[in-house]
Design a protein around this ligand. Structure first.
Ligand code: GTP
Ligand code: MG
Length: 173
């Protein structure tokens, strides 16, 4: 089996951050295993999953880290960001507050991560379009001002999940 003899050219650590319940863990489940759970439990501490992909004929192992959005469940912050070369900064497009908190998450990220880190702003739950609370223009404007990539995704129906992760991994590479 090819997988066993596969030589890994690069390992890229990517971190997920954002408020509780925005869908970080389900974005990871969708990307890594093509799974989704409606009754996803709040993350406690830190978890990670890997997915191996081929980018430009190189084998890249993406190591995606996921932590709790809730302060009381968060693990030591500096260890979480250490070595990260990409970040997904996630809000819920049906919850304005989760977007308003993005600036704080970005501050924390920039305070701890490498200055060359590739950052993708993600408006998740775009399947709930009728409940939109964050205009796409607001998010685009913020992303442009802060030099971030930006996409709206749905972990539920898979919209843009693979594209978002692949964009970050390709930019790192
Ligand atoms: P913490 O671990 O507490 O930080 O939360 P989280 O950001 O990991 O959220 P999680 O992935 O656990 O998802 C929270 C809830 O939102 C769950 O009920 C998910 O099923 C739901 N959810 C996640 N992504 C989507 C999505 O794209 N669309 C819809 N409709 N629901 C979603
Ligand atoms: Mg979680």
């Amino acid at each position: 089996y090819g997988d066993f003899s596969q030589k890994i050219d690069y390992v890229f650590k990517v971190v997920l951050i954002g408020d509780s319940a925005v869908g970080k863990s389900q974005l990871l489940a969708r990307f890594a295993r093509n799974e989704f759970s409606v009754d996803s439990k709040a993350t406690i501490g830190v978890e990670f999953q890997t997915k191996t992909l081929v980018i430009d004929q190189k084998t890249v192992k993406a190591q995606i880290w996921d932590t709790a959005g809730q302060e009381r469940y968060r693990a030591v912050t500096s260890a979480y960001y250490r070595g990260a070369v990409g970040a997904m900064l996630v809000y819920d497009m049906t919850k304005r507050q989760s977007f308003d908190h993005i600036a704080r998450w970005l501050d924390e990220l920039r305070g701890h991560a490498d200055k060359n880190i590739i950052i993708m702003l993600i408006g998740n739950k775009c399947d709930l379009a009728s409940l939109r609370a964050v205009p796409i223009e607001d998010a685009k404007e913020f992303a442009e001002r802060e030099n971030l990539f930006f996409m709206e995704t749905s972990a539920l129906d898979s919209t843009n999940v693979e594209t978002a992760f692949l964009t970050v991994l390709t930019e790192i590479y």
